[in-house]
Design a protein around this ligand. Structure first.
Ligand code: AMP
Ligand code: MG
Length: 273
């Protein structure tokens, strides 16, 4: 089951190459309101998502996988907190992918990913995902080039396999500008309540900004397919990115149109004593 890529963010790379630099990170496509309007709309989206998720759980035939990627400080954690906070925790699982553990590094790179794919009736959210294996791994040359180059086709196959097996895959790249990242890193340094989020290692990653943008561009162009399109979400305005992801999730759930299973008993014939 997949959802047609009709929204403003869909990277229809199978029709025309997508250039990240041509997408304004401060843009607010399909939304004309301000921050307060967005907060109100987000609240409504959250309620709709919660109701639809309950039906998804009741139907128990489909799963939704939301893949979140983006540079450091792009707002992945905030999107998770704001978009999924209304969903029943029993029906939603978040997995954050870090540098592989020894056991993970011992396996093929998709092993840990596949193990975390959501079960039927649930929503899974990946905070970073298998794309790290063509992003950080490529930028830092963690494996020989031929190995990461082969992964784009493997990822397309893997996602196609998931899609054919009841998992709808929504891939969002939170697209921020280099200036906005600077601002957010500075905030983390200056605000004592945010300081724990600051990772001195992020400075070294920031220095490789253009290499990361090129790697993101290839991941989007080589792995955006009609059945599992990438969505490039302008994310310099956090309130917009959160609303955009919420809309995408809600639309996906609406397209799945989950319904509770038919009952195989007559409720009137049952006498409770
Ligand atoms: P954070 O999301 O800020 O907690 O950071 C997680 C870190 O783990 C990031 O620097 C990622 O690039 C890194 N990471 C995630 N997946 C991989 C991977 N497959 N190989 C190497 N590093 C990874
Ligand atoms: Mg970090």
């Amino acid at each position: 089951m997949f959802v047609p890529a009709e929204d403003a963010h869909a990277a229809r790379a199978w029709e025309k190459p997508v250039s990240l630099s041509a997408i304004d990170p401060r843009g607010t496509p399909d939304f004309s309101g301000d921050k307060d309007d967005a907060a109100k709309e987000l609240e409504k989206e959250r309620e709709r998502i919660a109701k639809l998720q309950e039906l998804l759980y009741a139907q128990n035939t489909h799963a939704v996988l939301v893949v979140l990627q983006g540079m450091d400080t792009s707002g992945k954690d905030g999107v998770i907190r704001h978009v999924f906070s209304g969903v029943n925790p029993q029906g939603c699982h978040v997995t954050s992918f870090k540098k592989p553990s020894e056991a993970e590094a011992d396996r093929d790179y998709l092993w840990r990913i596949h193990a975390a794919v959501p079960g039927k009736g649930t929503i899974g959210v990946f905070n970073r995902a298998h794309y790290e294996d063509v992003l950080v791994v490529r930028v830092h040359g963690l494996v020989p080039a031929a190995r990461w180059q082969a992964r784009y086709a493997q990822i397309v196959e893997f996602e196609r396999y998931l899609t054919l097996n009841h998992v709808t895959v929504i891939k969002c790249m939170l697209h921020i500008s280099k200036d906005e990242q600077l601002q957010r890193l500075q905030d983390r340094l200056e605000d004592p309540s945010k300081r724990w989020k600051f990772n001195p290692g992020d400075i070294a990653e920031r220095a490789r900004w253009s290499e990361y943008q090129a790697a993101y561009g290839d991941a989007i162009n080589l792995c955006s397919t009609p059945s599992a399109p990438w969505h490039v979400i302008p994310a310099d305005r956090k309130w917009y990115a959160r609303l955009a992801v919420a809309r995408l999730v809600r639309r996906t759930l609406e397209a799945i149109d989950p319904k509770p299973p038919a009952i195989n008993f007559d409720p009137k014939a049952i006498e409770l004593v």
